[in-house]
Design a binder for this molecule. Structure first.
Ligand code: NAD
Ligand code: WQD
Length: 340
């Protein structure tokens, strides 16, 4: 019997590469499409080192409809997992059109190809950011989305979710699973895959990695006067391997129409607790300074992961400590040493 063939867009990126590994290890045939804007071709060799399989790769930009159609013409994909997109929140405020063109425009091209070539299933990387501001910090899938989303990046995720719903309404055979990620952290336990520390960091963990190696002098903690127990913001950090496994569960359990799941641990962790966990795992004292709040930050939010547990049989298994250990191992394997 031939293997189920999956197109992974953004598959050389941080989350996509981990998902590619899990898919290959579960017996799927994986092909990766990426324009390498925010990832490196070496990732393919790393995936091969871990799994023994080097996925076929297309250096294609989703905005290039002609090149994309060629990929679909050459293959019969059973499903698409769609990670490709720009993700820097601050940058999206400065360059909104670029974000709408890349994320929304790229997805429309992808969906058009899927329609033309009869590919009916997609799993999409959405984000907890689509919840915007809610009455409760515990986000449930049934909450209304789209209100007070703080960035154009977040709005692209909301818009794509709506586009997927409309596509499913128009075509009863089309099905989409929307996965709303909370805050991905950690690295592959092999130390071969992780969030590339060479890139300009935007999120907390990549910045901590650069502070740990001495490339950045200190961590700026954005505010300690929030209404939380230690005054720093609370988020739901999820190990990237747990997150990757959520995609397997989503593919295995694809249903008719549109399904939406939170992928988070259900537990909130503060910035101060993250720093403490990093110090325990590394044995170093991460230098930090409390600075003013960052515009748009919410004091606290975390996932209600009940639906994913019930319907997908998925829940997180790894801890913040595991994420710190794997991040440190990844740094070491990249030849980066911790500051003295
Ligand atoms: P990443 O930047 O590491 O990976 C995204 C990949 O998409 C990159 O390899 C990039 O080169 C590629 N890409 C971007 N635009 C493209 C285009 N037009 N055509 C082809 N390839 C393109 O990011 P990630 O952290 O792995 O995130 C993957 C997905 O998950 C993104 O859609 C992101 O918005 C979403 N997400 C990420 C987080 C997070 O904190 N990392 C949280 C929630 C959702
Ligand atoms: C985490 C916490 C900061 C940097 C963003 C997107 C969201 C999703 C994940 C894609 C916050 C604090 C951070 C620093 C700090 N991405 N912090 N000093 O803002 O929760 O979510 O990434 O979909 O959509 O909005 O993640 O990693 O930027 O911040 O104190 O130098 O760390 O205030 O509380 P965030 P983050």
């Amino acid at each position: 019997m031939s293997k189920t063939k999956i197109l992974v867009t953004g598959g050389t990126g941080y989350i996509g590469s981990h998902a590619a590994v899990e898919l290959i290890q579960a017996g799927y045939e994986v092909e990766i499409l990426d324009n390498l804007y925010n990832s490196k071709i070496e990732v393919l060799g790393r995936i091969e080192e871990i799994t023994g399989v080097k996925p076929r790769f297309y250096d294609v930009d989703l905005r290039d409809a002609e090149a994309l159609a060629k990929v679909f013409a050459e293959n019969k994909f059973d499903a698409v997992i769609h990670f490709a997109g720009l993700k820097a929140v601050g940058e999206s405020v400065e360059q909104p059109l670029r974000y709408y063109e890349n994320n929304v425009g790229g997805t429309v091209n992808l969906l058009e190809c899927m329609e033309e070539y009869g590919v009916k299933r997609i799993v999409f990387s959405s984000s907890a950011t689509v919840y915007g501001v809610q009455e409760s910090p515990k986000y449930v899938e049934s909450m209304k989305t789209g209100g007070e989303i703080s960035s154009p990046y977040g709005k692209t995720k909301y818009m794509i979710e709506e586009i997927l719903k409309d596509t499913a309404t128009a075509d009863p055979e089309f099905s989409a699973t929307i996965l709303r990620y909370f805050n991905p952290v950690g690295a592959h336990p092999s130390g071969l895959l992780g969030e590339d520390p060479n890139d300009k960091p935007n999120n907390l963990m990549p910045i901590i990695m650069k502070v740990a190696t001495g490339e950045i002098a200190e961590l700026s903690v954005y505010g300690d006067d929030y209404p939380t127990p230690d005054g720093t913001c609370i988020r739901d950090y999820i190990h990237v391997v747990d997150l990757a496994k959520g995609h397997l569960a989503a593919l295995d359990k694809m249903d008719e129409g549109v399904q939406i799941y939170n992928l988070g641990s259900g537990h909130g962790t503060s910035v101060a607790e993250i720093v403490k966990a990093f110090n325990i795992a590394s044995g170093m004292e991460l230098p930090y300074r409390v600075v003013a709040r960052r515009a748009g930050d919410l004091a606290e939010f975390f996932a209600d992961p009940t639906l994913a547990a019930e319907k997908l049989g998925w829940k997180t298994e790894l801890s913040i400590g595991d994420a710190m250990r794997d991040t440190l191992n990844y740094l070491e394997k990249q030849g980066l040493s911790l500051r003295q």
